[in-house]
Write a protein that binds this ligand. Structure first.
Ligand SMILES: Nc1ncnc2c1ncn2[C@@H]1O[C@H](COP(=O)(O)OP(=O)(O)OP(=O)(O)O)[C@@H](O)[C@H]1O
Ligand SMILES: [Mg+2]
Length: 266
């Protein structure tokens, strides 16, 4: 794929400061090699997508960056310091929602702040803002089992946003929503990228979504998991999702990525 690199690179120099570095990280689960000597950098204030087939270690990598899982070897550096465990500078939106089933939406969204000892009135005011921002205003008192999958994902997103971490780890945050809601979420996400100067590490299965929302795309290949390619697409954000579908440059990039992943999709 390297010979066609020009087709999907705007040759923009990587001049951003690095917020998160993954350095030679390996992780095995028993005999399963989930990550092998992975090295990857995430520029500050940008959105990097991790794109790769199921089982290639994306969730494992996010958990290691979050400090929820220890690598067998290698290290993660966040803002110049090695990760030794979870910390307030990173928050995680889990693939499987990970909401507290006994707590309502308000408490779930405020939970990260509660853990940090933020006073109830302050954390509820903050939580209320993000509940509205993700489109769940009016559902503050609902419990997770009363929500659809997409709504639960939004609760997870609001919770991650409420703690105001500098690094957001998003594990397929839009996978449970319909296409229309997904587009709305993509626009919301891009507004956050533009306005919040946070570093976003975003797992998605959708090549189209990755090309649309990302500053940088890391293509991961499985068995053992490795970074096959880093792509920095021309920004399609300003064109809007409706307009890029027929954009030849956009279609070229999507095709090229699809070609490199095709043989690994089971
Ligand atoms: N707790 C675990 N115990 C044993 N094996 C695991 C565990 N978690 C993940 N694995 C294995 O490690 C590999 C990577 O899994 P991981 O969940 O990181 O993949 P993924 O890229 O997030 O996949 P998906 O796109 O399906 O979410 C897989 O082969 C998986 O079976
Ligand atoms: Mg996963």
């Amino acid at each position: 794929m390297s010979q066609t690199n020009k087709a999907f690179s705007d040759a923009r120099p990587l001049d951003q400061e690095i917020a998160v570095s993954v350095r030679g990280v390996s992780k095995n689960y028993g005999s399963v090699v989930a990550l092998k000597d992975m090295t990857l950098e995430f520029p500050r204030g940008q959105l990097t997508s991790l794109l790769g087939p199921s089982g290639c270690g994306k969730t494992t990598l996010l958990k290691i960056i979050a400090g929820l899982l220890k690598p067998d070897s290698g290290e993660i550096i966040v803002n110049g310091k090695p990760v030794v465990g979870p910390g307030p500078n990173r928050s995680f939106v889990f693939q499987d929602f990970a909401l507290l089933p006994w707590a309502n939406v308000m408490r779930n969204v405020a939970f990260g702040l509660e853990l940090r000892g933020v006073a109830k009135s302050e954390r509820e005011a903050k939580a209320a803002k993000y509940i509205k921002d993700v489109g769940l205003g009016g559902f503050e008192k609902a419990y997770p089992h009363e929500l659809s999958g997409g709504m639960r994902q939004r609760v997870g997103l609001a919770r991650a946003l409420a703690v105001d971490s500098r690094v957001l780890l998003l594990d397929e945050p839009f996978s449970a929503v319909d296409e229309q809601t997904r587009r709305k979420f993509q626009e919301d996400l891009l507004a956050l990228v533009a306005n919040e100067n946070k570093t976003f590490i975003f797992v998605t299965h959708s090549i189209e979504e990755a090309v649309y929302v990302s500053d940088q795309i890391a293509i991961l290949l499985p068995r053992p998991s490795r970074v096959s390619e880093i792509i920095r697409p021309t920004s399609f954000r300003s064109k809007g999702v409706e307009n890029i579908r027929r954009d030849p440059e956009y279609l070229d990039i999507v095709d090229e990525i699809w070609a490199s992943l095709r043989s690994y999709v089971e």
